[in-house]
Every structure is written in structure tokens, then in C-alpha cells.
Design a binder for this molecule. Structure first.
Ligand SMILES: Cc1ncc(COP(=O)(O)O)c(C=O)c1O
Length: 352
């Protein structure tokens, strides 16, 4: 944002591009990190004992079913390191989170990429693409960037249609924002793998907990899968402040709920406002959503930068007329709406 302010000569830039938490970190996390700083000359606990226990309690799993990572990104890397070698295949969707494919490339694996169908994971096409070379299937649910969610029944059918030789990784980075009755019972599938493949869930402290800069995420999985991932991780992968901060954040129920309520409300208000401006917002189960701006999204993105508002153009994802925005605070949302209105008018977009 500093760079944007320098280059574009704007002040008070706002970033609605990376699906971060606009309400900041939990104050309890900040305090816990502060208290930990005097111990920085010590190595952290290599097993992250207390944080693992805390996460397990929060999820309702056993500590042996949890693997912590330097962001959930690192757990993705562990999975690929542990299970993918040269010539093995990994199935992902497009567009979806890009890191899956990058880690597979580094390991010399083959990426089998299935296009989304009507902005949703095409579970039938994914199942049809499985061969005896397939090791992992990555599915982000809700999907980034579309914000769409897989129905529970479709997921059950999908799992039942797969051979047990694969591992299904469900990246639930945004599941905190999903209504509880619409969530898939991932722990149930992890614990009762009878007749279905092994399932892994990925979660993060970067979104609903507001700790993207601290880098903590985790995977929930069968304890035998977890034991394998522990063998490929570095001994101190979760640093000292991260262990303290994430544990304290789990305790800050008020901050967590404030984030969920603020996001749900902001999503409704923003959708109404951009509709009034002649754009088409897509329904989302996350803290971000896509907007069809009915014109070149990259030009709009650049025009918004001059107003000090950073959004994401979806051109690189194959949606040249879409932007993705993160729900901000009420004030940020208002700034975004005002800037969007001005840019749409200047560029002649939006209205039919
Ligand atoms: C679908 C998805 N998975 C994982 C991540 C990465 O999360 P972390 O910060 O925990 O590495 C993101 C971040 O944007 C994401 O969108």
C-alpha cells in the first residue's frame, strides 16, 4: 500500500484484494505475542504442544489428527512433498487457489486441471479424471475466486465414486464464513473412511482470525496421514510468536464473531450497492465476492488504483470482465462503492 501511495500519489489507500480480515488481529493475540517477545532468544516448542491442543479442542479432534503449518500453504506443501513424485498426478480445478499447482510443479508431478462448470467444482469431471497415477485431489470449498460452495449431498456422492487410492484435500480456508448447517461434516469423513478415500481438511488463521501476517494454518486428517506429514516438516515450522498469538486468538470468541457478522452484513450491503451501480455481484459464502463489471476488469482495476482502492482483476483467472473484492469495514466498503461509481462512469461500464 505504501508503494501504491508513492506511485499513484494517493493517500489512505485501502486494500480489498487479498481476502484479509479488515478488523485487524484479535487484541488478545496481539497481547499474547507481546508477552512472548522476551523469549525470542529461545527456539519455539517444535511440537507446538499447546497450540495443537488448542486447535484440536476447537475443532473437536484429537491432537494427533492435527498438523500445523506456516500458513495452510505450508500444509499444502507437506501433502505434495509426502505423496507426490515425478510422474504422479494431482487433480485441481481452474480457476481455484493457485498454490496447489505450483507445489506439484516443483515436485515434478503432473497437474490435471479440470475447468469449473458454471463457477463450481465439476465433481463428476474430477472423478472421471482419476487414474492409477492420481495421488491427490485438491478442492477449495468454498472456492477461491468464485465463493461457491459444494452441497453436502454432492460431496458424499463424489467421495463414494472415488477409488480409495487417492487422498481428497478439502481446503476450507473460508469455511468459517459458511452457515453452519451448510458445512460438510469433514471430521466425520476423516474418522469414518470406510468405503471412501482418505480426506484432509485445511484451515487457516489468516482469514476469520485476522492473522495473515503471523502465518499459521493447519490440516485435520487421519492420524496415520498426519504422522507422514510430520516426517516432512521442519522441526520449528511454527515460530514462537505464532504459537502464542494463534492460541490466544482461539480464545477471542468476540473478535471471531465480530468478523463473521461484519462480513455477512458487509457482503449484503456491498452487493446491493454494486447492483445499484449497474454491476452484477455473484453470491458468495466467503469474505470476498466476484463482480461482473461489464467492461475490461484490468482497466477498471487500474482506474481504481488512482482512487487508492486495490481490488483484484480476474483476467488472469479467465474472467476478463470480473473483479474480486474482499469485504472491508463499513467505511472501506463506502470508499470502494464511491470509487467504483466514479470509475464505471469514467470508463462507460456497468449499465446496459
Ligand atoms: C483457498 C485458499 N487456501 C489457502 C490460502 C492460504 O492461506 P494461508 O494464509 O493459511 O497460507 C488462501 C489464501 O488466500 C486461499 O484463498
Amino acid at each position: 500500500m505504501d508503494e501504491l501511495e508513492r506511485e499513484y500519489g494517493v493517500t489512505n489507500a485501502i486494500k480489498l484484494a487479498s481476502n484479509e480480515n479488515p478488523w485487524g488481529p484479535s487484541p488478545k493475540a496481539v497481547a499474547a505475542i507481546g508477552n512472548m517477545l522476551q523469549n525470542l532468544h529461545r527456539y519455539p516448542d517444535g511440537s507446538s504442544y499447546y497450540l495443537t491442543e488448542g486447535v484440536a479442542r476447537w475443532i473437536g479432534s484429537a491432537p494427533e489428527e492435527i498438523v500445523l503449518g506456516n500458513g495452510s500453504n505450508e500444509v499444502i506443501e507437506f501433502l505434495v512433498k509426502a505423496f507426490v513424485g515425478t510422474g504422479d498426478a494431482v487433480i485441481t480445478s481452474h480457476p481455484s487457489f493457485l498454490m496447489y499447482q505450483k507445489f506439484v510443479q516443483v515436485r515434478g508431478g503432473d497437474n490435471v486441471v479440470i475447468p469449473l462448470r458454471e463457477m463450481r467444482h465439476d465433481l463428476e469431471a474430477i472423478a472421471a479424471a482419476v487414474t492409477d497415477r492420481t495421488r491427490l485431489i485438491f478442492i477449495d470449498n468454498p472456492n477461491n475466486p468464485t465463493g461457491t460452495l459444494i452441497a453436502k449431498e454432492s460431496f458424499a456422492r463424489f467421495l463414494a465414486s472415488l477409488p480409495q487410492s487417492v487422498i481428497v484435500v478439502v481446503d476450507e480456508a473460508y469455511v468459517d464464513f459458511v452457515e453452519s448447517e451448510q458445512r460438510i461434516d469433514i471430521l466425520g469423513y476423516i474418522r469414518n473412511p470406510e468405503g471412501i478415500p482418505a480426506v484432509v481438511s485445511l484451515r487457516t488463521f489468516s482469514k476469520a482470525f485476522g492473522l495473515a501476517g503471523l502465518r499459521v494454518g493447519f490440516g485435520v486428517m487421519h492420524r496415520e496421514v498426519a504422522a507422514l506429514l510430520h516426517r516432512v516438516r521442519q522441526p520449528f515450522n511454527i515460530n514462537l510468536p505464532a504459537q502464542a498469538g494463534a492460541l490466544a486468538a482461539l480464545d477471542d470468541v468476540d473478535h471471531y464473531h465480530k468478523t463473521l457478522h461484519g462480513t455477512a452484513e458487509g457482503r449484503i450491503r456491498l452487493s446491493e450497492a454494486v447492483t445499484r451501480l449497474g454491476c452484477h455481484p455473484y453470491p458468495s459464502h466467503t469474505n470476498f465476492f466476484l463482480i461482473d463489471v461489464r467492461g475490461d476488469a484490468t482497466r477498471l482495476y487500474e482506474a481504481m488504483l488512482y482512487k487508492g482502492v486495490i481490488v483484484r482483476s480476474m483476467k488472469a483467472y479467465g474472467y476478463p470482465e470480473f473483479i474480486r473484492i474482499t469485504v472491508g469495514t463499513a467505511e472501506e466498503n463506502q470508499r470502494f462503492v464511491t470509487a467504483l461509481g466514479e470509475c464505471l462512469r469514467d470508463l462507460g461500464y456497468g449499465r446496459d
